[in-house]
Design a protein around this ligand. Structure first.
Ligand code: TEU
Length: 544
């Protein structure tokens, strides 16, 4: 990385995904332009000016390939075409061109672990035991009692094996039965899937977020998973077993390195891996000599209790666990997780935004979090997520609802009733209302993003822990002469934060709005409850 490279949009080489901010779009819910209540690619293109205004650097689109939508696009039936619900390949090309014109990168979702049961490969595979495509999927004879070949459980509940009566064998699916797992031990599967990457790279996409990348390889002997002694009734059924043999196998590293090698055939593309594993396993996905994912998604903030000490420990452990040269990243939410505002409340969601956008590493921002969207209630008759049907309470619809653009009907998302209900607060919680409000959470996000761009300490600088006391976490970001200090109040009570007396400090940003340029009083800054402050040390010799 050349640290002195320009930090404007679209910098050279890999700096774009290190210094930049990724914005996740769930395309069904961003903008509908054809009046069917579901978002589409033309809708994303129509909203690119908003993303440029917000200041993000890249957009990641959840799956838009052809799919029967059993899992809303995570069940692909053609990897080289756009689903008609979202538009056409021409619409996709137009989106990429318009994004690039605004210096925004485009990251696609790549779903290699499984296809749809409607994919021609699987249709062929299931026709007979000796079909040439049989070994593209994972077929096994029944156990002696006629039951499934082993005890593996689907991530969405129920057995992970489905019997195909026509050929008398079971096929494996880590998710829905409509999502049969590909056999990545088969070189032909590998070659075909790597060609899919080239297909999109040739069209100009800037990288991939790879779905369940840690699942691609399974134990060759398909041994039973051990029972999880820590299982708590009420947890998802998948947690009854430890996923010892069904995922995170050492051989997966080689597959990821092969994907990475394809990206290296092109200029400055990024490989992001979706990985839900404990820290020590997560960092293995940078690969030997960084031959793996550029960014193994770090979901630890989603899984850590929202408390200053817990977050301080997490940041320290993550920083310490990174391999040399491994670039960090942070995520607060995605289309599978309760929204940050729902988890920590509206007041703390602001503190969370400051944390996400001032930690060291690439932040990924989930659409709607910038307007403070929370958990949108879904009446039973409007449930869409199959997981909710299998395991009530687990459904992900509440965090997948339409983006809210304007006051008035359908919040500017669509002209008809959207596929999922709108937030009851859409009339006031929308881009048009919040963008001109200096105290809004949207303004806060925009200012934080701008600060990150203005101050290399925040985008590419080093991280230094300063203190954690009670509810208050303090750290610094450093680059050259620049020192930025961040103080986050995870509690509701006010307090005072010290700054080193030998230098002059001032407020760059308060999560509550205002205070810019304010200096300390008696060497301290007052921090209100639920407030976060970003401070800068004036460079030595600067006029005060
Ligand atoms: O998610 C994988 C995954 O592990 C999650 O479903 C996870 O089990 C759960 O959310 C844990 O909190 C990916 C996609 O992001 C998800 O939308 C898909 O349903 C899934 O893979 C299958 O493709």
């Amino acid at each position: 990385m050349t640290e002195d490279a320009t930090l404007g949009r679209l910098p050279a080489g890999e700096l774009w995904w290190k210094a930049g901010i990724v914005y996740q779009i769930y395309p069904r819910s961003f903008q509908d332009t054809d009046g069917d209540g579901v978002g589409d690619l033309k809708g994303v293109t129509a909203r690119l000016d908003y993303l440029a205004w917000l200041g993000v650097d890249a957009l990641w689109l959840s799956p838009v390939c052809r799919s029967p939508m059993a899992d809303y696009g995570y069940d692909v039936s053609d990897y080289c075409d756009i689903d008609p619900l979202f538009g056409t390949l021409a619409d996709f090309d137009a989106l990429v061109a318009e994004a690039h014109r605004r210096r925004l990168r485009v990251i696609m979702d790549f779903v290699p672990n499984h296809t749809s049961q409607d994919h021609p490969w699987f249709r062929e595979s299931r026709t007979s035991r000796d079909n040439p495509k049989r070994d593209w999927y994972i077929w096994r004879d029944p156990a002696p009692d006629g039951g499934p070949p082993n005890n593996w459980i689907s991530n969405f509940g129920g057995p992970a094996w489905t019997l195909d009566p026509a050929t008398g064998q079971y096929y494996y699916h880590a998710f829905l039965r409509e999502q049969p797992d590909l056999n990545w031990r088969n070189p032909a599967v590998r070659a075909a899937m790597l060609d899919v990457l080239r297909f999109w790279l040739d069209r100009g996409v800037d990288g991939f977020r790879v779905d369940v990348i840690w699942h691609l390889m399974k134990d060759e002997a398909f041994r039973d998973n051990p029972v999880n002694p820590d299982y708590v009734p009420g947890d998802p059924e998948i947690n009854r077993l430890v996923q010892l043999h069904s995922a995170d196998q050492p051989e997966v590293m080689e597959v990821i390195a092969a994907m990475r090698a394809v990206l290296e055939e092109y200029d400055a593309r990024v490989l992001i891996g979706e990985i839900y594993l404990p820290l020590e396993r997560l960092v293995a996905y940078y690969g030997v000599d960084l031959s793996g994912a550029h960014l193994p998604f770090n979901f630890q903030l989603i899984q850590t209790p929202w408390h200053a000490v817990a977050v301080a420990d997490l940041v320290a452990e993550y920083e310490a666990a990174l391999p040399p040269g491994g670039w960090p990243n942070w995520v607060l939410g995605n289309h599978d997780q309760p929204r940050i505002a729902a988890r920590v409340g509206d007041a703390q969601a602001r503190v969370a935004a400051v944390l996400l956008l001032t930690l060291r590493g690439t932040p990924t921002l989930y659409y709607g979090d910038e307007i403070g969207l929370g958990r949108v209630p879904i009446p039973p008759e409007r449930v869409r997520d199959p997981w909710e049907h299998n395991e009530p309470g687990r459904g992900r619809d509440p965090e997948r609802t339409p983006m809210q653009w304007t006051p008035g009907p359908r919040a500017g998302f669509s002209t008809v009733e959207p596929w999922l209900p709108l937030d009851p607060q859409a009339e006031t919680r929308n881009v048009e209302v919040l963008r001109d409000d200096p105290a809004s959470i949207l303004t806060l996000h925009r200012r934080l993003i701008a600060l990150r761009r203005e101050h290399p300490a925040l985008s590419i600088g080093a991280y230094r822990a300063v203190s954690v006391a009670g509810d208050v976490l303090v750290y610094e970001r450093l680059h050259g002469d620049e020192i930025v200090r961040v103080a986050l109040n995870f509690g509701h009570g006010s307090c005072l934060v010290d700054v080193p007396p030998e230098a002059a400090w001032e407020v760059l940003l308060s999560s509550a709005g205002g205070r810019r340029g304010e200096g300390p009083q008696d060497g301290r800054f007052a921090l209100a409850g639920d407030e976060a402050l970003v401070l800068i040390r004036r460079p030595p010799g600067a006029a005060g």
